[in-house]
Design a protein around this ligand. Structure first.
Ligand code: SF4
Ligand code: SF4
Ligand code: FES
Length: 215
């Protein structure tokens, strides 16, 4: 075990191994911070979901906790108004392009988006939100897997585990802006998928599903 550092999170002292990502340190100690794109142990966090903000003493603006490692004497607040404001904005943005139909979704009751919405006291069908959905509703190009763009939160976790598992990712982001989706490379490169399905397992929502016989 490496050197330990002490920090204070929401008034509680934590003792954590040096080099630990702040988000992991909090989660490991039962302090929940909303997050979608972070993957423990993976280098270069994309910090793309903009949910895991915390306030740090001495730093003017909230910072994504997945981009920091713990420091001796760090004083962290996970629940300031500024933090919650940023998290709610990020969540509303995600919900504005989300097809909320939990009853028909395989992620129902284990979905990270449901958990985050509950934690932030925001209904999944947020009031006053205009919803923009993509077409097609389901992409069925892959021989084994279906992809639901309107459930995808574009966290990129699937791409990163696919790369870790297969040496190079068999999937990537495609298109830009509002139209961004996950795209699988040609069917020839999906032979390894049969014994893998790491993307399906790591997806925090229900955007990747096993093909059903009649889907
Ligand atoms: S991904 Fe989550 S929030 Fe979206 S429909 Fe599925 S269970 Fe509901
Ligand atoms: S398919 Fe799932 S894991 Fe991949 S980017 Fe979308 S939400 Fe994230
Ligand atoms: S988990 Fe930190 S920005 Fe997504």
């Amino acid at each position: 075990m490496g050197n330990m550092v002490k920090l204070i999170v929401d008034g509680t002292e934590l003792e954590v191994e040096e080099g630990t990502v702040l988000l992991d340190a909090c989660l490991d100690h039962g302090i929940y911070i909303p997050h979608l794109c972070h993957l423990k142990g993976m280098e270069q966090p994309p910090a793309s979901c903009r949910l895991c903000f915390v306030s740090i003493e001495g730093i003017a603006h909230p910072v994504p906790s997945c981009t920091l490692t713990v420091r001796e004497g760090m004083v962290v607040q996970t629940d300031t108004n500024a933090v919650r404001g940023l998290q709610i904005s990020a969540l509303r943005l995600l919900l504005s392009v989300h097809d909320v139909d939990c009853a028909h979704c395989p992620a129902n009751k284990k979905c990270a988006l449901q958990k985050i919405a509950k934690f932030l006291h925001i209904g999944l069908k947020a009031k006053g939100l205009e919803i923009y959905l993509k077409e097609p509703r389901v992409v069925q190009d892959h021989p084994l897997i279906d992809y639901y763009p309107n459930r995808c939160v574009l966290c990129g976790r699937c791409i990163r585990v696919c790369r870790a598992q297969n040496g190079l990712p068999l999937m990537s982001f495609a298109k830009r802006g509002f139209d961004t989706v996950i795209s699988f490379y040609g069917a020839a490169s999906t032979l390894g998928c049969k014994t893998c399905f790491a993307c399906l397992k790591i997806c925090p929502v229900g955007a990747i599903t096993l093909k059903t016989p009649n889907s």
